[in-house]
Design a protein around this ligand. Structure first.
Ligand SMILES: *Cc1c(COP(=O)(O)O)cnc(C)c1O
Length: 347
């Protein structure tokens, strides 16, 4: 849900007209300043950021190849460590990239870099995983060979110091999604070097009508309300009392667990449901319902019952448990949620 001041920013943008290139330049400058990066630009989400960012690595300068993307006759190899295979790597292919996935080890990685690579795609949330080279090492090996590094930092906007950490570590571009900082679902931004952010700007939707080339990025269009709302959502996120935000989730899920405590067919507990969809025993943000011994329901069945109820509750069945995250329930609906859970558990 967009916070009132984010919605207000969208409303204000809608109440007037603006030069979209000027708006993108100005919001980019503001975001770069807020995040301590050399340059930034609003784009329609992290997937678009990866596609545009990789496109900018393939065609980094003005010229007719801008409109030959994605089938441009140029080197298009993008290196993704095999241990980093993940679902959003597919977005690099939209730009015409050929993914090269070297196996474990520095030698194979370097060989891939030296075989005509134009970029490395580094999923930031998988950084440090077993059998993979960490970002610092990747940057150092890649830069020594003139290859830029694009980081998918889609949900790494918390803790706040993470945001600027990728460009601080000399990554050339970091891609963020506004869906993870309570911004518009169709928003996001890139942080990066001036050179690469300018290359993204040259390829994006704004140049298609007004510039010399039919730009690759026309299909990633944004309206001014989304650009304004993304920027204000980020400002709000950076100023938010995150301690209070997290404490609020915990208080609410504990209250919900207490509320269901008298039911005999359920063990109601609290855990943290992480952004990569695991249950861990850290600061709780989720109500976790497991069948008590002898209970006649499974998490999947309970999820179906809740989805069929009125009001509908969409919950996740994970690891044999039903998971309800506080973040996606407005506090004033907690009582209705407790009622729906009770009704579903009574069936
Ligand atoms: C959600 C997500 C994306 C895509 O972001 P959008 O803004 O929805 O395009 C990319 N990478 C990761 C890791 C994500 O979680």
């Amino acid at each position: 849900m967009l916070a009132p001041q984010v919605w207000e920013a969208a409303t204000q943008a809608n109440e007037t007209w603006v030069s979209i290139p000027e708006l993108l330049d100005a919001t980019g400058e503001r975001i770069a300043e807020l995040c301590g990066a050399p340059a930034a630009r609003v784009v329609p989400g992290a997937s678009a950021a990866i596609a545009l960012g990789v496109a900018a690595c393939i065609v980094g300068e003005p010229g007719p190849d801008i409109e030959r993307l994605p089938a441009v006759d140029r080197p298009r190899r993008v290196v993704l460590q095999r241990g980093h295979r993940y679902k959003y790597a597919r977005c690099a292919l939209l730009a015409g990239a050929e993914l090269v996935e070297p196996p474990e080890g520095e030698d194979a990685f370097v060989a891939a870099l030296e075989d005509g690579a134009v970029a490395v795609l580094h999923p930031g949330h998988l950084d440090g995983g077993d059998g993979t080279l960490a970002l610092d090492r990747v940057v150092s090996l890649a830069h020594r060979r003139g290859v830029p590094v694009v980081v998918d930092a889609a949900y790494l906007s918390f803790p706040l110091e993470r945001i600027g950490s990728f460009t601080a570590a000399s990554a050339d571009l970091a891609c963020f999604s506004a869906k993870y900082f309570h911004g518009p679902n169709a928003g996001g931004f890139v942080l990066g070097t001036t050179e690469l952010v300018e290359a993204v700007a040259r390829l994006d939707f704004t140049g298609y009508e007004s510039g010399p080339y039919r730009t690759f990025g026309r299909a990633f269009k944004m309206d001014r309300a989304t650009v304004a709302a993304t920027t204000v959502a980020l400002e709000r996120w950076l100023a938010l009392d995150h301690g209070a935000r997290l404490a609020g989730y915990e208080r609410r899920v504990r209250a919900l667990a207490d509320e269901l405590g008298d039911l005999e067919n359920v063990d109601a507990g609290v855990q943290q449901f992480t952004l990569d969809e695991r249950l861990v025993d850290e600061d709780p943000n989720a109500l976790v319902l497991r069948p008590a011994a002898g209970a006649s329901w499974t998490a999947g069945q309970l999820a179906d019952r809740l989805a069929d109820g009125d009001p509908r509750v969409m919950a996740v069945a994970e690891d044999g448990a039903l998971v309800v995250c506080a973040e996606t329930v407005p506090p004033e609906q907690d009582a209705a949620l407790a009622g729906a859970l009770r009704a579903a558990l009574a069936r």
